[in-house]
Write a protein that binds this ligand. Structure first.
Ligand SMILES: [Zn+2]
Length: 621
């Protein structure tokens, strides 16, 4: 079996010969196939001496490579040693970890002799062997030969004699399997500009992970276990301490409850949307919404209908215009990018934007929206800007009277367009679910739409329902047991029915809460005389709660502001719990398991990058 000897060369080059002659078994019988030798740049005569000896017939089949570390002569500074280590690790990666063993793909670890060169070189070799693996590490020495013969064994004959007379000796230091935390990251190590820093950081994180093994289950993202204990502890304290840190802004987020029509509802965004009209002459005159005083922090809650009417300037009339619709979507996408929303499920009502006279049916409108979102995603992918995966939820507007065809049309549209688990080369904007929305009260409870939703259940289209925002807890019960909702929009009064709450927790039903909208419509502490916002209690009782925006324009708050606002609504909420909200959102997103794993991984990577940028005890390169 061909073996490689990796060693350092110092001022006594005969040591290399001793190690070579000792052979891979240490008993003079076998020969090495390869010699890889690293040395300083100030002893060319020693290198020459060694090369002359290696020209002997004895080493005719030996494949030799000697590397001199550039600008490393006398060891005189810390930088010298670090330069040596960078060269050594690079050299090791090329010669110590790549060669295939007898079984294809098997790594052939080198034998590492630590006897030559400065003590720092020996220690460096030992470290490298520890990180990257060695079949055996050994030391060879000939002090006794020198005592007996008054000279160093410098010829092949001398060395053989030394071994025969037991005056040249090998000390075995055992095998080094290498650290899996490094070996599994060899590609990244090869690419790292500072290899020792990479190794230290990697091992530090692996140690953190091992230290937190017990608490891994409790963490929203496993990657948090790689954080410094101190940093992790600070994430457990109230999130308000992080308000000015930039973490809320940088945090990768998930948005599950966002109405498309509630986005560019006034101000410059609305002007931009109107300016993009395909048929500007048909636009209604602009009527700016009349926001209550102190909005978005009103002194008292406003009725749901008043809240909804704040979005009238955008509404279905404006978004019927294809130019406006397109611009509206593009602006929403840019908004998500700024908010660092990794994944969003956007709710829309394509039939409300249909213009059959102009050849735009609910289906063509839906396909148009998907196309624009896909173009945005493709662009983000191409220009390397923040990538937001967007999928759609079709809104089924609840009503009891008049023309109910909308309900059937939207459900049928969702069923037709629903494309579960679709894989494609370029990003897709898919319809992933339906939402029972509209004005919720006792007359529009979910039970009235139970049979309408059969078509969704028959075809596996996920269902969410606005429930417990404007109606009593009975509405939530019906959403769960009549509509079989996988998620609930708002569900603010679940504690009115403890058994139902338990069922929601046990069935792992997602709760989409929207801090600003909930505050504005229902009123919660710190609004005077209002009850406590139930989110944190839901969360701590094990419910899969998420935080969302509802209507970004109407509520005048994106996801970052909504998360920050939680520090006022639930002053005790910790940063770890804010992260738990994101983990819950991934778990309850209408996605395949594979897609959820991908998103979790992406968020994990971003969190790790954040911790490294922050340098919170983690060694950075
Ligand atoms: Zn909503």
């Amino acid at each position: 079996m061909p073996h490689t000897l990796l060693c350092s060369l110092g001022t006594s080059p005969a040591i290399v010969l001793e190690a070579l002659i000792a052979g891979p078994s240490g008993r003079l019988r076998d020969r090495y196939a390869r010699l890889r030798c690293i040395t300083t740049s100030n002893i060319p005569d020693k290198v020459k001496w060694l090369r002359a000896r290696l020209a002997d017939r004895e080493f005719a089949d030996l494949d030799v490579e000697i590397i001199e570390v550039p600008d490393f002569g006398e060891l005189s500074s810390q930088e010298d040693h670090e330069r040596f280590m960078e060269s050594l690790i690079g050299f090791y990666l090329t010669h110590g970890t790549g060669a295939d063993g007898p079984v294809s793909g098997e790594r052939m670890l080198p034998d590492v002799c630590i006897s030559g060169g400065y003590k720092t070189m020996s220690s460096g070799l030992l470290q490298a062997a520890h990180f990257l693996g060695a079949r055996r590490v050994f030391h060879v020495f000939a002090e006794q030969f020198r005592e007996v013969y008054n000279r160093h064994p410098e010829t092949i004959t001398d060395i053989r004699k030394g071994f025969d007379e037991d005056l040249v000796k090998v000390i075995e230091m055992g095998a080094e399997p290498g650290r899996s935390g490094i070996l599994l990251q060899l590609e990244a190590l090869r690419a790292a500009p500072h290899k020792m820093n990479f190794i230290r950081r990697q091992l530090h994180q692996v140690d953190q992970l091992a230290g937190h093994a017990e608490t891994l289950q409790e963490l929203p993202f496993p990657v948090l276990a790689r954080f410094d204990a101190e940093l992790l502890e600070s994430l457990r304290s109230p999130a308000s301490a992080w308000l000015k840190s930039g973490l809320f802004e940088q945090l990768p987020k998930i948005e599950l409850h966002c109405h498309m029509g509630g986005f560019a509802t006034d101000g410059p965004l609305l002007h931009e949307v109107r300016a993009a009209a395909t048929w500007p002459e048909e636009l209604r005159a602009l009527a700016a919404p009349d926001f209550p005083a102190a909005w978005p922090h009103p002194e008292k809650p406003i009725p749901l209908n008043d809240y909804r009417s704040l979005g009238d300037a955008t509404g279905s009339k404006l978004l019927k215009d294809p130019g406006c619709l397109e611009k509206h979507i593009e602006l929403l996408y840019v908004h998500f990018q700024k908010e660092r929303v990794v994944y969003a499920e956007v709710r829309c009502s394509p039939n409300n934007y249909a213009l059959p006279d102009k050849g735009r049916t609910a289906l063509t409108v839906l396909q148009h929206m998907q196309q624009v979102f896909e173009d945005c995603m493709k662009k983000a992918q191409d220009d390397g800007s923040f990538f937001v995966q967007v999928n759609l939820i079709i809104i089924v507007t609840r009503k009891r009277d008049g023309d109910l065809s909308d309900i059937s049309r939207h459900l049928a549209l969702a069923v037709t367009a629903h494309q579960p688990f679709r894989q494609a080369d370029s990003p897709r904007c898919r319809v992933v679910g339906v939402d029972l929305a509209g004005f919720e009260d006792v007359s529009t409870r979910p039970m009235y739409f139970e049979t309408d939703f059969d078509i969704a259940h028959r075809t596996g289209v996920a269902v969410t329902a606005h429930a417990g925002e404007n109606d009593e807890v009975e509405s939530i019960w019906q959403a769960v047991f009549r509509l079989k909702s996988r998620r609930l929009g708002h569900a603010l009064n679940l504690f009115d029915a403890p058994d139902l709450f338990r069922a929601v927790v046990d069935r792992r039903i997602g709760i989409e809460m929207c801090p600003f909208a909930n505050y504005q419509i229902k009123g919660f502490n710190p609004m005077e005389g209002c009850p406590e916002y139930p989110m944190l209690k839901y969360l701590r009782a094990g419910a899969l709660v998420t935080a969302n925006t509802d209507n970004i324009g109407i509520s005048r708050a994106g996801l970052t502001e909504n998360l920050k606002f939680l520090c006022r609504l639930c002053p005790e909420i910790s940063m770890l719990e804010i992260l738990q909200l994101q983990a819950n959102a991934i778990e309850t997103a209408f996605l395949s398991l594979e897609e959820r794993i991908q998103i979790r991984r992406r968020i994990g990577e971003q969190l790790l990058q954040w911790s490294e940028r922050r340098g919170g005890g983690v060694i950075t390169s």
